[in-house]
Structures are given as C-alpha cells and as structure tokens.
Ligand binder design. Sequence first.
Ligand SMILES: [Zn+2]
Ligand SMILES: [Zn+2]
Length: 323
Amino acid sequence: MLVLYTLLLMGPAAEEARPLTLLNRLSLLRLLAGEEICYDAYIHKAGIWFHVGEATFKVEKRKGPTGGLLLRGIAKGGKFGYHIRMLWESYLDGKTLLPTLSVNTKTGSERRFERYLFQKGEVLYFKKKHCHRPDCKNPAHFVRKTKWFGPIPVGKETVHCPGCKDLRHYIWRLIWRHKVNEPFLDMLSAVYAARTSTFRPGASFIVPVVKSRDRWHVKVTAAKEEKVKVSAGTFDCYKIILEPHNVGDRPNAKPKFSGLFGIQGTISIWVDKVTRVPVRIKGSIPFAFLTLYCDVQLKRATGTPEAFKLAANDILGRAPAAQ
Ligand SMILES: [Zn+2]
Ligand SMILES: [Zn+2]
C-alpha cells in the first residue's frame, strides 16, 4: 500500500489471504469510476506544523473499445524554497483490471521519471535519463559547442550533449526486467486493490507490489478500530499495519520503500471502515535533504458509490458484474 515498514505484529495467527484472493476482487474497482479523493499534507519542522501541499486521486473510465480505468494521482506543494509536483498514472486493463502501464513523474526541485510496463510473464521497469548512447544519431540530442585548441577558441562544432536538464535529450532506458509468474501491481493500483478487500480486525491479506527493482508481498492487517478526526470529518477507521516481504530478485533489499507522497519509514495508516479510503497517513518524508515528520489528512472524498461501500461487508467477495 502506501509505504511498507512496520515493526508491529499482529498477535494470534491472523487469517491471511493470498494475492490471488485479492486480485479476484479487482472488478469492484469499476464501481469507483468518477471517485475523487483529496488530501492535505503537513510537515513538522522546528516544533511547528506547516501545510506543504495537496494531493488528488481520481478514477476515470478509459475511452476506447477496450474500456478499463485510469487511476490518476497528482500531488504538489513545497515550502522553504523547495517545491515538487508528482504525477502517478496507472492504466488498468478493461477485462482483468490489472495494470498494463504505470507512469510516475516527479518534477520541481527533484526530478524522476519512471514507467512500468506489465506484460505476460514480466514487468519492465524503465527510467527516463539523459541520453549517453555512443552511437546516438538523434539530431535533437546534438548541440553547438565551442571548439578549443588549448586555451584558444577555434570555432564551433556540433556534438552530442554530454548532459543537461533539457528533457528533449532524455530517453527511456530499461532498468530491470521482472520475471513473474503471478500478477504484480504498481504502487497506485496497489492502494486501490487494497480497497477492494474486506477489512476485519485481525484479518490480513496480501498485496503484490512491484517497485523499482524489487517486488514485495505486502501483508495488510487491520489492527484495531479507532475514530479519526480530520478536516473532512470524523471517521470510524481501521488502523492498518503493513508488513512487506521481499519476493524479488534482490533478497537483501531493505524492507522499506517510499510510496505515494514519498512517505517512508515506519508509518501509520487509518482507513475508513465503509469506503476503505485512507483517512490519515503519518510517517516521515524526505524534504529538501531533511527527513521530516509528516501527516497527510483526508480533505474531501466524493463519488464513492453505495455499491462499493456495501461490498466492504461482502466477505465472500462476490464482485458485481461488469457494466
Ligand atoms: Zn542521444
Ligand atoms: Zn543535454
């Protein structure tokens, strides 16, 4: 789900559902088309809480004959001379509601461009980087540069740009090929997939997540019931515990990664009992070379249909028919 690291463990043998149990429920996501959820983000610095940004998550129906959904998250904000804009997009297949493509873009004081392509038996992880191909022939990557003979300029020459911030010089590079024999989800679709599950105190389910070069089975447990007050109102919530288990190609990778909002470390998440919308997320966030305590709170949620709310109580997981 959002970020995955916690030391808390559930007590007695919690009931645990395998990834496929969850993935069978993904058709419930069709009900969420039109839903919009907004958050306010705060950070704690020098004893004061500052409002630093907002994030909006939407579910849209994709146009075209194959249908499917587009999940889109936009977060922007900044403070103290640091600013950032993040965009996440996950394209879900019309039949399976599994992701086919996921794109993450971070611009502003930090830049990062990532893409995951989901296809049969593999997930390809790409990053957009400045082109350094020795055999590159793309004229858009070439720049005019002064030619020197010792300290003396002797005219101009056209050379491949050695590196800059001009995105026209950037190309997508395959970074990692994940060989998989079961479906995996990107971070954004994982949050939505988790929302299709039934939450019951003490019960767990597994969300399969691919992130960068690693793959995780994230065990999601509804630990306890709590009331949570945020600007959107007061909600009856489950406090969620996330435990990531490394199932990827790098067994020594640390069991943590930053997720939506870039939150990392040990985090706390509260999910509304009825809509399974995350209501509050607390954790730490890297902010302008510091790691600060952050608090993300639900500001507004609209368009969650009754049918999706009712499905929360549908323990047998009977998904509604596709429309
Ligand atoms: Zn080039
Ligand atoms: Zn360049």
